[in-house]
Write a protein that binds this ligand. Structure first.
Ligand code: HXC
Length: 513
């Protein structure tokens, strides 16, 4: 064999070994796969085309002259997932803790640029100790270059980030700028500053999982959208998400062969809303009965559980589902659920996915904390996102659609294409109780006969606690039997599939962030 070939093969072989057998063993002992093993699981067999496998840093300070590894702690390139092209990078913790270097940045930037120009999704597998300390400010600039490209690609190509180990310091912001963040249950954590720095600065004692573990970010901060049991599951979740998403914002999402009859009606829907208006029911069950069987994938399932968002299919077409959840805080809209809904609506709109909204909410949550932390600003995001969205939008009022929340949850006036309601719908400006307290304040204070309040309440309920006045006024297009929801949605979406609607030309709106 020629010397040329021998040298190339030796270098390639070295690149395959990452940080060496000992580091790979440690990685496995921690229940983690290597970057290359992860990519092998993610990509169709034989589809991976690596770029930059032989790139190394040029540092000589801090003992780095002897620490050169081909690839410099990251594997980047292109491949296919279920036959569809994707750009990928996977940080290699076995090389210098996967720390983020100038070379890593250049490699990521290259595939970010190519992914954006070619209109294909970007997937990042993160496992890194953050900015490579020995590179000093160079690695800061290197992060900035990646963030810029994340932002430019936002809304053009899907961007999915999986956290499979540490993700600390500046490293968190590239995932945070992407569309979906998946964290592995036992091995991942994300934070800006670690427990030691926090202890020194604020005196607080906190463990790594309590500070930035997967459940913290899935249930509390909302930074992460999904939690994976292990790395295999995380990879499956990436594939699942991609199955609902188009390659880029100029394409439609992929369609699957319909497998659930379009005219299927589930009789249980007709009795799912309890007679007692204060009794909860689970909106998940409604979703399961209406959409193609087993097609629903919930996003943010642990965060702001008073709202449900996720992807499903109707007659094989991808749709975004938003629902108030009456079985959690009565489905009230608060700060977190507003953020959750607004973000999801914008993702659907960016990627041409129609939105179906199920409404059962008593309104925006009253409370001093809610007001002080900005329910006005956060609640406005829901209105902004729905009004701005030009994809087909259909709403179904199941029960309560009270006050501002009626408007916010994809009402006719918020450019909803078709508004349906079940006979159990209650569409009113406020609850009967509140109305009595405001209109009869003086009489209540004077201790007037309770019968007059009861009479008012009864009349108010008769008039407004149903969908008929709203239908009479055209705010609701059609009142349907709950069991008819699936076929009605399918037929409506068939018509709306070719909907063309544009917003006025502008640089960008000023969403109340
Ligand atoms: C250089 C690093 C590194 C880093 C880890 N290593 N992080 N090298 N720069 N940031 C090296 C370690 O020195 C070690 O090398 C090897 O990677 C494995 O690390 P260990 O510490 O042995 O692993 P482990 O015990 O699992 O701990 C992992 C860790 C820890 C928790 C991530 O390494 C750690 O705390 N690293 C620093 C995390 C951090 O604070 N990053 C923020 C950087 S500042 P040897 O050869 O000794 O085995 C930042 C700001 C950027 O990111 C802002 C941009 C906007």
């Amino acid at each position: 064999m020629s010397d040329y070939l021998t040298k190339l093969r030796e270098l390639r072989e070295k690149a395959m070994q990452g940080g060496g057998p000992e580091r790979i063993k440690q990685q496995h002992e921690r229940g983690k796969l290597t970057a290359r093993e992860r990519l092998a699981l993610l990509l169709d067999e034989g589809s991976f085309q690596e770029l930059g496998a032989l790139a190394t840093h040029n540092l000589t300070d801090f003992g780095m002259a002897n620490q050169r590894f081909p690839g410099d702690g990251i594997v980047t390139g292109f491949g296919k997932i279920n036959g569809r092209r994707v750009a990928v990078y996977a940080q290699d913790f076995t090389v210098l803790g996967g720390s983020f270097s100038e070379v890593q940045s250049k490699k990521i930037r290259h595939i970010q640029d190519l992914a954006l120009e070619s209109g294909i999704p970007l997937i990042g597998l993160n496992d890194s100790g953050g900015a490579r300390i020995q590179e000093g400010v160079r690695s800061l600039a290197a992060y900035g270059e990646v963030f810029t490209r994340n932002v430019l690609a936002s809304g053009v190509i899907p961007q999915i980030s999986v956290i499979m180990g540490p993700c600390a310091g500046g490293a968190v912001y590239s995932p945070a700028l992407m569309d979906f963040v998946i964290m592995t249950r036992r091995t991942s954590y994300m934070f800006i500053t670690g427990p030691e720095v926090i202890k020194a600065v604020t005196g607080e004692d906190v463990t790594m999982p309590d500070l930035g573990g997967p459940m913290v970010h899935n249930a509390k901060s909302g930074v992460a959208h999904l939690i994976a049991e292990d790395e295999h599951h995380a990879i499956e979740l990436v594939k699942l998400l991609l199955s609902y998403l188009p390659q880029n914002n100029t394409e439609d999402p992929p369609q699957v062969e319909p497998y659930d009859p379009a005219d299927r009606m589930d009789e249980r829907l007709n009795t799912i809303v309890p007679e007692d208006e204060n009794e909860p029911y689970d909106a998940h069950q409604v979703i399961e009965m209406v959409f193609d069987q087993r097609s629903f994938t919930e996003i943010h399932p642990y965060y702001a559980r008073n709202a449900i968002v996720g992807f499903a299919r109707l007659d094989g077409y991808a749709v975004g589902v938003v629902a108030n959840q009456p079985s959690h805080l009565a489905g009230v809209l608060d700060i977190d659920s507003s953020d959750k809904i607004a973000r999801f609506v914008r993702i659907c709109d960016a990627f041409n996915i129609p939105i179906v909204t199920f409404v059962d909410t008593p309104g925006y949550l009253p409370g001093v904390d809610q007001e002080h932390y900005g329910i006005i600003r956060h609640g406005a995001k829901v209105i902004f996102a729905y009004c701005e969205a030009t994809v087909p939008k259909i709403s179904v009022v199941m029960r309560k659609a009270i006050g501002g929340a009626y408007l916010a949850m994809s009402s006719k006036q918020m450019r909803c294409d078709l508004t349906l309601a079940w006979p159990t719908a209650q569409i009113a400006v406020m609850g009967a109780d509140g109305a009595v307290r405001i209109l009869y304040r003086k009489e209540l204070a004077a201790g007037a006969d309770p019968a007059i309040f009861a009479k008012f309440e009864r009349e108010y309920r008769e008039k407004f606690f149903n969908p008929y006045m709203a239908a009479d006024l055209g705010q609701i297009d059609e009142i349907i039997e709950p069991r008819e929801t699936r076929p009605r949605l399918i037929r409506a979406l068939e018509v709306l599939r070719t909907k063309v609607k544009q917003n006025p030309p502008k640089k960008h709106g000023l969403m109340p962030v």
